[in-house]
Design a protein around this ligand. Sequence first.
Ligand SMILES: *Cc1c(COP(=O)(O)O)cnc(C)c1O
Length: 436
Amino acid sequence: MEFMQNIQDKDPEVSAIIDNEAQRIEEGVELIPSENFVSKAVLQAIGSVFTNKYSEGYPRKRYYGGQEFVDDVEELAIERAKKLFGAEHVNLQPYSGSPANQAVFFALLNLKDSFMGLDLSCGGHLTHGSPVNFSGKHYSCTPYFVDKKTELIDLDEIKRQATLAKPKMIISSLTAYPRKLDFKGFQEVCDAVDAYHFADISHIAGLIAGGAHESPIKLADVVTTTTHKTLRGPRSAMIMCKEEDKFHDLYHKDTKKNLAKLIDSAVFPGLQGGPHDHITAAKAVAFKEALQPDFKDYAKQIVKNAKVIADTLMDKGIKLVTDGTDNHLILIDMRPKGLTSKGKELQNAMDLAGITLNKNSVPFDEASPFNPSGLRLGTPAVTTRGMKEGEMKFIGESIAKVIDNYEDKTKLKAINEEIKELVKKFPIYPGMGILQ
Ligand SMILES: *Cc1c(COP(=O)(O)O)cnc(C)c1O
């Protein structure tokens, strides 16, 4: 295995563990909707000499010497990100999605300021106001929920809440919500109450870049995204924003800075030190890949594939939150099958069958987040492997079989054998000799 030869010789212990993980992903079906498989080129950039460099500051304005090539790679990555999303300003330095969001709070709000975000139990992210997170602890969050009946986001209700709560910022986003977001509708609510519109597209950035979903970039003041989910880049994040701070006179009178400067100085020196330059190089590679025409096919196929799994599951009498999906993810509600709070057992049963997904709360779940009543799954990673509608039907049927037999280890083993057969035809890293 040429790519890994040196580590095999120098550190067989770690090398063996990496091989185990490589084997796990090759032999299983990866359905965690926030995961993906990066290309070999992205892996190589992550493993490049840029990991050695220190480069506090921004391109051509650094605090250390020896920056000419770091500047080149960060500028190239920014240029490609702007092209990919049509952004006015891009900050590529956040270490991951949560620190990126922290920087946005830091830039736009003062401590204890009021904002609104989708509640965790209804598909929001921790950083959108959960009481255990900085966002809920240090800022005043008015959560919004999905409608109890339709399980859909209800913009009229958000507007009613916003009129009372007068938030300075409203977050449009999803982590476990299987439908499109109406960014225009969110913008109208923000305009009505003088709130910044902060769109966090971490989960759907690849769908937006590939043209399968509408982009909030022309509407929202600030857009954050992770780069490692549907966008299929290295584990990291970025912030995109408008140059101009439209609420300067209202909320930021004490500063002459524009929005882009507020964001940049919140990231560095506000929250972070040196950027991870090897990850910046890998982002540049991933953005180039996402700019190719075949990435559009990829994004469309992710959505098509999710629909096939959703339809297959519903045909088998399994209840899905919102009764379907129009993005990359599906949320199964196990309560109608009498499996309230069995998410963990089902996740473990899926593991035994070679199907990787995650337990998840469903809207208004009476069970605890550690033993929730739902399962979340998605199609970005299996679509990267080249799987299409036929394979999705098989996977959907396999999931249904696991649910019906989740306590029967013999049946789960048999399903695992079928899954191994299926994935053999779709190697993730062909030619890298991971499984010789
Ligand atoms: C994944 C995610 C994040 C956080 O990303 P990390 O890199 O895990 O910190 C933030 N927001 C949303 C909507 C996400 O889905």
